[in-house]
Design a protein around this ligand. Structure first.
Ligand SMILES: Cc1cc2nc3c(=O)[nH]c(=O)nc-3n(C[C@H](O)[C@H](O)[C@H](O)COP(=O)(O)OP(=O)(O)OC[C@H]3O[C@@H](n4cnc5c(N)ncnc54)[C@H](O)[C@@H]3O)c2cc1C
Ligand SMILES: NC(=O)c1ccc[n+]([C@@H]2O[C@H](COP(=O)([O-])OP(=O)(O)OC[C@H]3O[C@@H](n4cnc5c(N)ncnc54)[C@H](OP(=O)(O)O)[C@@H]3O)[C@@H](O)[C@H]2O)c1
Length: 284
């Protein structure tokens, strides 16, 4: 990007923190947004200019003739990462994101320093195959998230909750370390109160023994092996009726993918296996 061009095209219009390092960002394009609606479950890239010290190092390297040859002088590479969209496509005012600040991360600590009105880059190309596009109507959607992996499922539920027959049950399983990390908890409890098709199952893996937390203690993976899931839903997982969506920590996804395929007979979705009933989005 030549120095005289401004790559930033969006602004933070709302920032709500669950705690210091976990929050919801609503971001609006300043000019034109994407040409067509996205699918719930897709992601957008957010980006910031490199920090001043990186820009100075680049300028020094260019002056000394040490810069990578494939980069034009003055061209800046933004610090760019993917984020699942938590809002439904019907929300036109902004895109909502659920973001955790990763210790020592290149982008997220700087994102958390931004405030309402601050500018950043939000790609107008929205991408991703982690959607319910190929899921037939009338299935149970069983979503399993760790941490901010909850985001795409909020978009899916909000978009399809009013479409009769699109799904039978919508199960939100949300695994976090401590209770304070249960972002969107009140909203999810409200969904479950208002809609008999919704089940919300939080799992807290590191709740201190003396904490007042009364829900499930453990990882989302053990909910399926110790009977918790079947008791809560009234039936075990069933590949005939269920589509399972896994999102977030790749170690959780690897473990559940292996178990659901081997133990329960699920089939992983892939570009060649479009009718698979096990879907995943690895965040790293
Ligand atoms: C398709 C896709 C969608 C994504 N959607 C989201 C989202 O909605 N919300 C979100 O917070 N992140 C999301 N991520 C992760 C995001 O792209 C970044 O990797 C993350 O924000 C860290 O960026 P960073 O530059 O601060 O850290 P980096 O300097 O890039 O460090 C990356 C390291 O941080 C850890 N890490 C990355 N993401 C997470 C995470 N979400 N939770 C815990 N540890 C993590 C991993 O150890 C990883 O190796 C998504 C990733 C992909 C591929
Ligand atoms: N500084 C801090 O104290 C602090 C605190 C929280 C977060 N953070 C930052 O935030 C980032 C994100 O943390 P996060 O807590 O949102 O995400 P996370 O580390 O992915 O943890 C979320 C949930 O996933 C579980 N999990 C991890 N591996 C799993 C596996 N193989 N199978 C099943 N479940 C598994 C965790 O259980 P376990 O508890 O058993 O691992 C936890 O319940 C971290 O990388 C860190 O940078 C920092």
């Amino acid at each position: 990007m030549p120095e005289d061009q401004d790559p930033l095209n969006a602004r933070i219009v709302e920032k709500q923190l669950f705690h210091e390092t976990l929050g919801v960002f609503r971001i609006a394009y300043e000019g034109e947004g994407p040409k067509k609606d996205f699918e719930p479950g897709q992601f957008a890239n957010l980006a910031l200019m490199p920090p001043p010290e990186a820009l100075e190092a680049q300028a020094r390297a260019e002056a000394e003739g040490d810069a990578p040859q494939r980069r034009r002088p003055g061209r800046v590479r933004l610090v760019r990462r993917a984020y699942s969209i938590a809002s439904p496509p019907s929300e036109k005012r902004w895109l909502e994101f659920y973001i955790v600040a990763v210790d020592e991360g290149a982008l997220t600590p700087r994102l958390f320093d931004l405030n309402v009105g601050d500018r950043l880059f939000m790609d107008t190309k929205i991408k991703g195959h982690f959607t319910i596009k190929d899921v037939p109507d009338g299935k149970n959607l069983v979503t399993v998230a760790t941490g901010t992996g909850l985001a795409p499922f909020l978009s899916m539920y909000k978009q399809y909750k009013g479409t009769p027959g699109r799904f039978e049950k919508f199960v939100f399983i949300h695994g976090v370390r401590v209770e304070e990390d249960l972002g969107y908890r009140e909203q999810l409890e409200q969904f479950a109160d208002d809609d008999p098709r919704v089940v919300y199952l939080p799992a807290v893996s590191r709740a201190p023994d003396d904490s007042p937390y009364t829900g499930y203690r453990g990882r989302v993976t053990t909910m399926f092996s110790d009977g918790t899931y079947a008791d809560a839903i009234g039936q075990p997982l069933n590949p005939e009726t269920d589509h399972v969506f896994l999102c977030g920590n790749p170690a959780m996804i690897d473990q559940l993918e292996a178990e659901l395929v081997e133990r329960d007979g699920f089939v992983a979705q892939s570009p060649r296996q479009k009718d698979g009933n096990l879907h995943f989005e690895r965040y790293w």
